[in-house]
Design a protein around this ligand. Structure first.
Ligand code: M6R
Length: 615
């Protein structure tokens, strides 16, 4: 999604902004731009595609001395919403070359505002919703307002979710910033201040950060930051000291961040478990805070991969703790007028802590009177700051757009919630609870064993890389894994893929089977494997190319499979209960190797963003 960086009061501000934008690259974008002020004039450079294109243009202009001695600059990476990917639609957007604005989010009432501005003579050069912002600033400044007053009038005009930064040549060394639902951080320096879409984008400049709260706006000067809330009342916001995340931009010798993140799971997942299990078997999740003083049902909301983690969580919580769970897509939740009968709390799941759909679901649940909890990886993110209680994934920054280690860490936390609830509400004895903790403590070494299958997965990847469509099947706890396997494959390889509950095939999807369509099943012998194998057989009989990643017992039964990968032998309870965690690894490796074979941009796949901050 769009990223915003601004620097005020430091020499070579443009270069510093570019450094910040590089740190936002992982979020996904399709064009970029930067504006600084030189000799009283706005200087804007923009380009389609990756930052390298922008840097090339900036270097050229620096040689031509356009950008020397600038101490104010703002920059942007754009993920197209309104208007295609083009030079004109890239930010910063300007008005009369005196005002420049960068913006993340959507101005929902832009069409009405645009009409009015056109009638006043303003000339629109882009197809974006954003362009109304610089023109509105221009309109109000021409009426005699200073930057702060003009910004406030703009805020009164606009509706939507946004974070934006505006600068004007008429008010040198000032920036107007505002946020509503989209994240924005202000960094404090010595005789300098900085703005970024997240703290990390400016942690090369300062470790002192203020997160604006929703509805806040601020006037940022070199030596002074004045912050106001949504009622325009002056407020002070907490200064937080952050640590620069040095490891973030290194791939640690791997070709892609995704590959690194898959392979570091045996090392980072113990960070998740150890923050919730003390003395090997005491789970420290606070069930009262989670909304379980008494036994009631739970609603889980999330998007994408985090949603699939939620489905696995539902299966575990219902199976282990006998507590009913509803899992909803965050983007649907608040628009479908859900019943909260029997519920006391909502649990949202979000790696980034910034997905706007999930944030909105959370806010809606709050309005309905539910307690709010989250599983998040990014501490200090908007969701983390807004919920009553956060459970942290603790797996470190995830840069690849495809969720990998964050998915498995979410599963670990959901499993521990299920076990903890099972103990509290007497579905599990103390001994059974301890046994389950032992199982989860065995996970890192089991994942390491799953990673050893990489070469066999590579062979399958080579075989299916030219397929038009791939089908993933799963039953029980491995049904959500079929959904996740398909999502992973389609998002980074661009091959059409669908996941189905294996038993549902005969109710429609089996019509998709034709010669050589790969049908992939992850399976472990859990007493119910025969049903799944029958479903696979039905696909085989219609010409599908059968790929089975399973334990020996299942592979011995499915003799008809074209490709098999036999996983290591694990204890029965471990392999059946934790099968979604084990099988995440081949699902991730398969998607990764197919994408690599096809030469796609694995870490920043087309059209996608790491933090999805629009609804
Ligand atoms: O940061 P979140 O967990 O809230 O993100 C939700 C989805 O956007 C995310 O899981 C997405 O589906 C991933 N790219 C999948 O790999």
């Amino acid at each position: 999604m769009c990223g915003v960086v601004a620097v005020l009061g430091k020499e070579n501000a443009s270069q510093l902004v570019i450094e910040g934008l590089k740190k936002l690259e992982y979020r996904g974008y399709d064009s970029a731009g930067i504006t600084s002020v030189s000799q009283g004039l706005l200087q804007t450079i923009k380009s389609e595609g990756k930052l390298l294109n922008l840097i090339g243009k900036l270097d050229k202009s620096t040689k031509e001395k356009l950008y020397f001695d600038n101490s104010i600059a703002l920059g942007h990476t754009r993920w197209a919403t309104h208007g295609n990917v083009s030079f004109e639609n890239a930010h910063p957007l300007t008005s009369e070359n005196k005002i420049a604005v960068v913006h993340n989010g959507i101005i929902e009432n832009f069409e009405i505002l645009k009409k009015e501005l056109i009638s006043l003579g303003y000339n629109f050069r882009s197809m974006t919703d954003t362009e109304v912002l610089p023109h509105l600033f221009m309109k109000y400044i021409k009426m005699g307002n200073d930057l702060l007053e003009a910004g406030r009038l703009v805020l009164k005009d606009i509706k939507g979710a946004f974070a934006f930064v505006a600068m004007s040549v008429d008010f040198p060394n000032q920036l107007f910033v505002s946020r509503n639902s989209s994240p924005l951080a202000i960094g404090l320096g010595d005789n300098a201040n900085f703005i970024g879409s997240d703290a990390h984008s400016i942690d090369h400049l300062t470790q002192k950060i203020i997160y604006l709260e929703d509805g806040d706006h601020a006037l940022v000067k070199i030596n002074k930051i004045s912050i106001f809330d949504k009622n325009f009342k002056k407020v002070s916001r907490k200064i937080i000291n952050i640590q620069a995340e040095i490891g973030l931009i290194t791939k640690g010798g791997y070709k892609h961040f995704m590959e690194k993140e898959i392979f570091e799971q045996p090392v980072v997942l113990p960070q998740t478990t150890s923050s919730f299990i003390k003395n090997n078997s005491e789970i420290t999740i606070d069930l009262d805070k989670l909304g379980f003083k008494n036994k009631n049902s739970l609603i889980i909301c999330a998007a994408g991969t985090s949603y699939y983690a939620g489905i696995v969580g539902k299966y575990w919580i219902e199976q282990i703790a006998d507590i009913p769970v509803i899992v909803d897509l965050a983007s649907e939740y608040r628009y479908r007028k859900p019943s909260i009968f029997g519920q006391n709390s909502i649990l949202v799941i979000s790696q980034s802590g910034e997905s706007l759909d999930t944030l909105m679901a959370l806010r809606y649940a709050k309005e309905l009177g539910l307690k709010t909890n989250a599983i998040v990886n990014v501490e200090g993110s908007t969701i983390d700051r807004e919920v009553d209680y956060s459970l942290y994934s603790k797996v470190g920054p995830e840069i690849g757009v495809a969720s990998t280690k964050s998915f498995t860490s979410q599963l670990v936390i959901l499993f521990l919630i299920a076990v903890s609830l099972g103990k509290k509400f007497n579905s599990l004895t103390l001994t059974q609870m301890r046994k389950k903790c032992q199982l989860i403590n065995m996970l890192p070494s089991a994942i390491a064993k799953m990673l050893e299958k990489e070469n066999q997965i590579k062979l399958i990847a080579q075989n299916i890389k030219n397929s038009k469509s791939v089908i993933f099947l799963g039953r029980g706890l491995l049904y959500p894994l079929a959904l996740e396997g398909a999502l992973k494959l389609k998002e980074i390889s661009y091959i059409h893929a669908e996941g189905f509950a294996a038993g549902e095939m005969k109710h429609g999807p089996i019509a998709l089977i034709e010669d050589d369509v790969p049908v992939i099943m992850f399976l472990v012998s859990d007493g119910n494997e025969d049903k799944a194998i029958s479903n696979l057989q039905e696909a085989y009989s219609r010409g599908a190319k059968i790929i089975l990643i399973a334990d020996k017992k299942c592979i011995d039964k499915a003799t008809f499979a074209h490709f098999t990968v036999e996983i290591a032998e694990f204890e029965n309870e471990f392999k059946s209960l934790l099968s979604p965690l084990l099988m995440s690894v081949p699902a991730q490796l398969l998607a990764y190797h197919v994408a690599k074979e096809r030469g796609t941009d694995v870490d920043q796949p087309r059209n996608l963003a790491k933090s999805v901050t629009v609804e």
